[in-house]
Write a new protein. Structure first.
Length: 412
């Protein structure tokens, strides 16, 4: 519901603008958008095949009936899902799977809230890991021509610090909500949750192909979206039994209908807003602010850039924010190369982690809230924002400090 209302307001505002929109401006969004569609297609096929339910089932078994162990396992699996299928894929699929699992185990609404809120927060935190893990990362990498390897070298250590900090904060905040024990006697068997064994058998091979493909693609200049699209087509062929004489188990047309087209359309509409704001002088204003921040050294420049991104994302979403700030960083003259690079990555951190403060801060949060509402779990904006501020600010600050320490060492 929120996603639809937000989209209508955004599109109406962009259509009423008096500024011309050159078609060339949209090229920056192509790689990110098509990569997102391909990765969500892969995630939805695996979800229909029972892959994620199998992961959740294994987590409940590995938890050995201890609520705190299960909490840790669910979060770690959520990190893996986000890394490969973006934070939007995690919000769309892993959240729903976790809620179903917890309802099956008979958890209270307080315990379910602890699990799903922690999962949602960690999804955006861990989406820093790879360029493909978030639309923000893809857009920023394309804009500054950052290679897959370079991005990973800088952000994987920072992401690990952010994930570890998130675990600590989440444990401290949600520990009273976690059940001490749970029953594992009535769990379904693996055969009962797997719907398409062929797809599940090939799933890890496809994911391995994706990672190797990204590394090879970087060496030969192959777009990330093309590699993701090839993986999606291979999985579609397996699920649809294109080369077999047996009927498909997974309804492929249903997969197409369940892709969050509204969220994808919204990302394009947001870019229209960016163009309008840039034409209205927003980029020049941001460039002046960034130039002032640069005088305070690398650490304060990174922190200031990220908190600026956090404030803007909280008001108008992370996608227009990352592009506006990227254009402002590029347009700021006289920046030292190290400080400029720190600002680029700080902008990504602010648009990923800082955006969690507001319900409209990221598309994944809007989709996450929509999934919760469909499961009968409703959070008010006040409830969400209160918890998000408490949980997000420490993670954001420590992540920025780790960037400020790691990046100069890496460059040296």
């Amino acid at each position: 519901m929120w996603l639809g209302q937000y989209s209508r307001s955004l599109v109406a505002g962009s259509l009423n603008s008096q500024f011309p929109i050159p078609n060339s401006q949209f090229s920056i969004l192509n790689n990110a958008t098509f990569t997102l569609i391909a990765l969500i297609t892969i995630a939805l096929i695996l979800e229909k095949a029972g892959f994620f339910r199998l992961l959740a089932l294994q987590a409940t078994r590995w938890g050995l009936g201890h609520g705190r162990i299960l909490f840790t396992l669910v979060l770690l699996l959520g990190v893996s899902v986000t890394t490969w299928f973006t934070n939007i894929g995690a919000a769309l699929i892993w959240t729903s799977t976790v809620v179903e699992m917890l309802l099956l185990l008979g958890f209270s609404s307080r315990s379910i809230l602890a699990f799903v809120f922690a999962t949602g927060l960690l999804a955006d935190t861990s989406s820093l890991l790879l360029p493909i893990s978030n639309l923000v990362n893809l857009i920023s990498s394309d804009y500054f021509d950052i290679s897959f390897l370079r991005y990973s070298l800088v952000m994987i250590p920072v992401s690990l610090v952010a994930i570890a900090t998130s675990f600590g904060v989440l444990w401290f905040f949600f520990d009273p909500y976690l059940p001490t024990t749970y029953q594992v006697t009535n769990l379904p068997s693996s055969q009962q949750v797997i719907r398409d064994p062929l797809v599940c058998q090939w799933s890890l091979v496809i994911l391995g192909f994706l990672f190797i493909g990204y590394l090879i693609g970087q060496a030969f200049g192959i777009p990330v979206c093309l590699i993701a699209a090839i993986a999606a087509l291979i999985l579609l062929a397996l699920a649809g039994r294109w080369f077999h004489h047996t009927p498909a188990i997974i309804p492929i047309k249903q997969v197409g209908r369940e892709i969050p087209w509204l969220a994808i359309f919204l990302s394009v509409a947001m870019y229209v807003v960016v163009i309008h704001l840039g034409n209205a002088g927003m980029i020049e204003l941001l460039s002046q602010l960034l130039a002032e921040l640069a005088n305070w050294g690398l650490t304060l420049s990174a922190i200031g850039t990220a908190f600026l991104a956090t404030i803007l994302s909280s008001v108008m979403n992370s996608l227009p924010t990352v592009v506006l700030n990227a254009q402002a960083i590029q347009g700021t003259t006289g920046l030292e190369p190290t400080i400029q690079e720190a600002m680029v990555y700080a902008n990504v951190i602010g648009c990923n982690i800082g955006a969690k403060i507001s319900p409209i801060g990221s598309l994944s949060t809007l989709i996450w809230l929509q999934v919760l509402a469909s499961k009968g779990l409703n959070l008010s904006w006040v409830q969400y924002t209160r918890m998000a501020i408490i949980l997000t600010i420490p993670v954001l600050f420590i992540s920025l400090l780790s960037l400020a320490m790691w990046l100069p060492w890496l460059i040296a």
